[in-house]
Design a protein around this ligand. Structure first.
Ligand code: ZN
Length: 227
């Protein structure tokens, strides 16, 4: 606390880390306009040097895209390139963003976190925007690689399928109902199940990769897309 208080009225240190090296997490810093990945997250399941690229694209690749997208979510978009709170968007862009974001708010608000507790679509909006943008960036990067490389299926799964499996794998979890209830009301991240299914059901590329029928549960008829 004293160390933090001592910072008052001193210059901002743009090189300061807000997480310790072993932390399994990552962050976008709107005031510094940078993205940060402690050593702790650069290990399985997020990054596995023995895994094929599509798995890692769906893991740490999507996480990197997630942090990048935070710069353009409902909060990050109000900071400019210098990290100042400054509305740099045109009115038309802001309006279009809000319309697209409203789609995600409604989608996630329809999910049940536990028992009678629903997901809070507004609380989780920024993280949901980041999840969608992040996985899409990872897919774009993989698609780019696949123009020159043709990796064979592994365990019967194509590279595209393995990217989506990689994304699902990083959110495997076991959580007690009490914790799920508490998190649904305080955590800006959606429950892990919806970080997976909420994103994938909005991506036509997922349905194509797994040859889903049009009426399949994982194919939303009017998918939301912000970025
Ligand atoms: Zn995030």
């Amino acid at each position: 606390m004293q160390r933090r208080l001592n910072k008052i009225n001193t210059p901002v240190d743009p090189l300061e880390w807000e997480m310790t090296p072993p932390t399994v997490n990552a962050y976008f810093h709107p005031l510094q306009n940078n993205i940060n990945f402690p050593a702790g997250i650069l290990q399985p399941p997020f990054f596995n040097r023995h895994a094929d690229d599509p798995i890692n694209y769906g893991g740490i690749g999507a996480v990197i895209g997630h942090e990048l997208t935070h710069g353009f979510d409902d909060e990050g978009r109000s900071f400019d390139a210098q990290g100042n709170l400054n509305d740099w968007w045109s009115d038309a862009d802001a309006k279009a963003f809000n319309e697209r974001a409203a789609c995600l708010v409604d989608q996630y608000a329809s999910y049940v976190a536990v028992d009678d507790v629903k997901v809070n679509g507004k609380l989780t909006l920024g993280e949901n925007v980041a999840d969608h943008g992040g996985l899409r960036l990872a897919l774009m990067a993989l698609t780019d690689v696949l123009t020159t490389q043709k990796p064979k299926p592994i365990d019967g799964f194509t590279p595209q399928q393995r990217l989506f499996l990689g994304w699902a794998q990083v959110w495997c979890q076991s959580i007690r109902p009490e914790a799920a209830r508490m998190r649904a009301q305080t955590d800006p991240h959606s429950p892990a199940r919806f970080r997976v299914n909420g994103v994938l059901s909005n991506m036509p590329e997922f349905g194509q990769a797994f040859a889903c029928q049009a009426e399949a549960p994982m194919v939303r008829t009017t998918p939301c897309r912000v970025w």
